[in-house]
Design a protein around this ligand. Structure first.
Ligand SMILES: [Zn+2]
Ligand SMILES: [Zn+2]
Length: 553
């Protein structure tokens, strides 16, 4: 058998936190690892979701052998409803819990019937062309998270997924140290390693430490306890349930994705609720306050989420009442801090006691800190290292950490989204680049919002819009009526009559000497736009979008 090089093509997750997607190619076979999504940032006005650009794969669909999902977080499964149809529904491989979270998501998008999901467990080996993919259990903040060992004819590629090493995880199943060590002994060609938490020294604490904090809070809370976390942070939900059981409280779920995920996890046996403990949100008031726990979505301050609604007194079933303790058991995703703080402020304003990460021990990360990253490298002893899952600085820090453990500099590659990284037994290097970037989902539109529309939205948000409507004589090109000026988000019209009157005069002045261009309307519109923009800037130091509307009669 002649051997070929392996090509690694990250389409997301390198140089950013979110929308993870890695393409692995050997010969004619393509494997995809994860298909995540990302929250839009502040400048992406009106965008609901950001997903990877998969156009590189569109003419290679028939070579795609499968999508392997490492675990069920949004940044690993969130774009499946878009990539699956775009790639003709390649088979998905995922562990049981991950499969459950994928099902919940695909059901919401009415895609479940078309999707093919193969359930795998740690230790399984799946043959893909000349390669074998081995599933390896790791710890993370959701049960059933995995790393992948892809055994290719030229060597083994280990993709760590998101991981930490937890000796006392909530589900009682630590990472598979034995397999990781065995892979290292057999020889690992490339390690693709999670870099999310490389800035933190030491070890990430076990999920178990949360239990102590929850115990203290539950012991002292005079009334209801409301806990907000990610709907996919099911290990945390289980901890709340365990604690609620000890303190004889019932638990209600609020928020659609929380209800869906928890129901699924109960059905699959990944979450244990003692009999009679789970109550409906409608029934909360039938129990005394000191016997109630509410688990809800909204730890990121998302505007339509349950916790934000509760904080704004806008929730159908839950109002903050005297004695409530609210726990935000999550870290704000970078960019969401403002929304989270607003929610916290509003909850305090309603009279709740609020506990969150910076003042109480109510969250631990699901990602490996420096010592665990070192442990992974020393277990695998890879020939080559390629940091993944992180902003650019985190990839660099992870590279430096690998270097400090003796991996030579030219054996470490810092890739970015869209790079083609070619690996042979002798070398690893970036050899080419493919189209990649952000695809925006807005409402029902996928990819139709581009940079131009976004720039317009930014201008509109910054300085508003000024419309100038006028009627022009078809023959002479001279104005007959107007201009009527409409401002939205630029100035309050009633208070700015003088300014708008001067603007009107400027527009009429632009028509002087324009006879020759009577019907060249784009020329005329430019003639209006430019001097008007200068004038408005001079008077206000604002640059509203100017929209001339010219009607000829
Ligand atoms: Zn994750
Ligand atoms: Zn992740």
């Amino acid at each position: 058998m002649t051997t070929e090089n392996v090509r690694l093509i990250p389409l997301g997750g390198l140089g950013e936190v979110g929308k993870n997607m890695m393409v692995v190619e050997y010969g004619d076979d393509i494997m995809i690892i994860d298909s995540g999504s990302m929250f839009p940032d502040d400048e992406m006005f009106g965008v609901d979701l950001v997903i990877p650009d998969t156009s590189y794969l569109h003419d290679k669909k028939h070579h795609i052998r499968g999508i392997f999902i490492t675990h069920g977080h949004e940044d690993h499964i969130g774009s499946l409803p878009y990539t699956l149809p775009a790639l003709d529904f390649p088979p998905i491989y995922a562990t049981r819990m991950t499969q459950g979270l994928i099902q919940v998501k695909l059901k919401e998008h009415k895609l479940l019937e078309k999707a093919v999901i193969n359930v795998v467990t740690s230790g399984d080996r799946i043959t893909i062309g000349d390669c074998v993919v081995e599933i390896v259990r790791v710890n993370h903040s959701v049960p059933d998270a995995t790393a992948l060992a892809i055994h290719t004819p030229i060597g083994t590629i280990v993709h760590t997924g998101d991981y930490k090493f937890d000796h006392t995880p909530t589900d009682g199943r630590p990472a598979d140290f034995g397999t990781l060590a065995r892979l290292g002994n057999e020889g690992v060609l490339v390690m693709l390693g999670d870099s999310t938490r490389v800035e933190t020294p030491g070890y990430t604490p076990s999920e178990r430490v949360i239990i102590d904090s929850f115990d203290k809070i539950f012991a002292n809370a005079p009334g209801r306890i409301i806990i907000a976390t990610f709907a996919s942070l099911l290990s945390r939900v289980q901890q709340v349930v365990h604690t609620a059981e000890r303190y004889e409280r019932v638990v209600a779920l609020v928020g659609r994705s929380m209800i869906n995920n928890v129901q699924m996890a109960i059905e699959l046996g990944y979450l244990n609720f003692p009999k009679g403990m789970l109550i409906r949100a409608e029934d909360i008031n039938k129990f005394p306050a000191e016997r109630v726990v509410i688990i809800c979505t909204g730890s990121q301050g998302e505007p339509t989420s349950a916790l934000t609604r509760i904080a704004n007194q806008d929730h159908r079933q839950v109002r903050i009442q005297h004695g409530d303790t609210v726990i935000l058991s999550a870290t704000p995703v970078p960019g969401n801090e403002k929304m989270v703080n607003r929610t916290i402020n509003n909850l305090f304003r309603q009279g709740a006691e609020v506990l969150y990460q910076s003042i109480a021990n109510v969250h631990v990360s699901g990602h490996a800190a420096q010592e665990e990253l070192k442990l992974m490298i020393n277990l695998l002893r890879p020939t080559y290292v390629m940091p993944i899952h992180g902003e650019y600085r985190q990839l660099i820090l992870h590279a430096k950490l690998a270097y400090s453990l003796g991996i030579p500099e030219d054996h470490i590659v810092i890739g970015e989204d869209g790079d083609i990284v070619t690996v042979s037994p002798e070398s690893i290097q970036v050899t080419d680049h493919v189209a990649c970037g952000n695809v925006f989902v807005d409402g029902l539109g996928v990819g139709d919002i581009g940079q131009i529309v976004l720039r317009d939205r930014q201008v509109l948000a910054q300085d508003g819009i000024l419309m100038a409507v006028l009627t022009v004589d078809k023959e002479t090109g001279q104005p007959l009526a107007g201009p009527d000026i409409v401002s939205r988000g630029f100035v309050y019209m009633r208070d700015s009559e003088e300014l708008l009157e001067s603007a009107r005069e400027r527009i009429l002045e632009s028509f002087i000497g324009l006879n020759g261009h009577a019907s060249d309307w784009s020329f005329v519109k430019d003639k209006i736009r430019h001097p008007l923009s200068e004038f408005l800037y001079e008077k206000t130091h604002r640059r509203p979008m100017i929209l001339p509307v010219v009607m000829e009669v």
